[in-house]
Each structure stands twice: as structure tokens, then as C-alpha cells.
Design a protein around this ligand. Sequence first.
Ligand code: T5A
Length: 213
Amino acid sequence: MNNEKHGKFITLEGIEGVGKTSNLNFIQGLLEASGRDCVVTREPGGTSLGEALRGLLLSHSDDNMSADAELLMMFAARAEHLAKVICPALAENRTVLCDRFTEATYAYQGGGRLLDVKKISDLETWVQGDLRPDLTIILDAPVEIGRARAGKRSAPDRIEKEKDDFFQRVREAYIELANNHPDRICLIDASKTLPEVQQQIREKLVDYGVLGL
Ligand code: T5A
């Protein structure tokens, strides 16, 4: 694929309930106030095919899905998303702000489902070539905090029904990603109050050169 890109590609990650949705609008507001033209999107999803796959992936049914099928559907949705939304927007010098991307696959399918990381990195190379987000912000908080926040909402979907040890592995995989790629992935302490979390996000956007001082 042609990975020629010009705009900034920013992704937001974390376990369930840490506050991604709550902070997406905040980040969009900061970016737009600084003059960036933003496309806000999400994974799995972001296209009609991707949203259909999301419906299957996050259904409330108790049907088992094999971990490999889950992994391949995440990347099928991603291939469509890159082709139809992300790459065209970056080529137009727009900033893409995406709620989850491939780091979620490393965390959930790699860490959570214990799939071989090489399967994920092979698919990443196939589907993305050398395209990686310019900045990934991981909202990090203990599993019980995410659970308590998410639990105030609707019935859990297929992945939210997993046990705490699954989300503990997901969290640890996210922390490892941040440690392995400090040049493009940062951790935020999302156990703090929302204003404190947003202050940290603002500082990281400056540190990573997305926002001016
Ligand atoms: N997935 C995805 C994979 O397995 N592999 C992949 O490759 C990809 C791309 C997607 C699911 O798909 C999986 C991971 C997920 O299971 P999703 O749409 O991203 O799901 O949804 P969730 O992670 O389930 O997102 P949530 O909506 O549950 O969590 P958020 O968005 O992190 O949390 P948010 O903002 O809705 O906040 C939850 C509550 O907490 C409050 C909010 O007001 C809200 O009530 N809150 C705070 N309260 C106190 N202090 C703070 N700092 C707070 N921040 C938020």
C-alpha cells in the first residue's frame, strides 16, 4: 500500500472505562483550536464494513469466536479503514484522531488472548506497511477503576464480559508497548480526576510536538 502521509495520526488507547471517549472531544478541541483539521474515527469501525464487523466482534451473544478469527476481523476492519478513511485524510494533510488502533490488537489479542505476537506483527506489516501512529496516548488505570467507571453504563459486550485477569494482561501489554516505543507511545495516569488527566494529555501533546507551547 502507498503509505505516503502528511497529516498527523494520533490514537487513543486503554482498557475499558479509562476515559477514551471522555477525552476524545477534549483532544479534538485542542487540535482544532491550534488550527488542525481533524478527522475523528474509531476501531473497530470507521467505515460501513468496519462498523458491520464491529457489530459481530462486540455482540452481546455468548457464541464463542476463535481468537484467530477475532484477530483477522480486527485487521480486516483496519485494512478497510486505512484504505477508505485514514490514508486519504493523512494525504490531505488532515489530522486523524482515532479511538483505538493496532496497539489495541497487541494489548487485547496479544496480551489478553495470549496470541503469538508474531501473528500480529506480520498482519501489521501486511496491512499497514510502515505506517504507524505519530502519537499513541494510552490512558492507564488499574482494572478495578476502569471496571467501576464502565460498569455504570449498559450491559457488557462480548469482550467486556472477560474476567479481571484478562484485563490485567491487557493493561500490562499496553505498559510494555509504551516502554518499548517511548518515541511514539506515552502513558497517562488515568486514575486521576478528569481535569488532571486532561492536563497530562495537553502536556504530552506539547512534548510530542503535536501542539505548540
Ligand atoms: N478491541 C479493539 C480489540 O480487542 N482489538 C482491537 O484491535 C481493537 C481496535 C472496543 C472493544 O474492542 C476491543 C477493545 C474493546 O473491548 P470501545 O468502543 O473502544 O470498544 O469501547 P471501550 O473500551 O469499551 O470504551 P469504553 O467506552 O468502555 O471506555 P472509555 O471510552 O475508555 O471510557 P468513557 O470515556 O466512556 O468513560 C467511562 C466513564 O468514566 C467516566 C466517564 O464520565 C464515564 O462515565 N470518567 C471518569 N470518571 C472519573 N475520573 C476520570 N478521570 C474519568 N474519565 C472518565
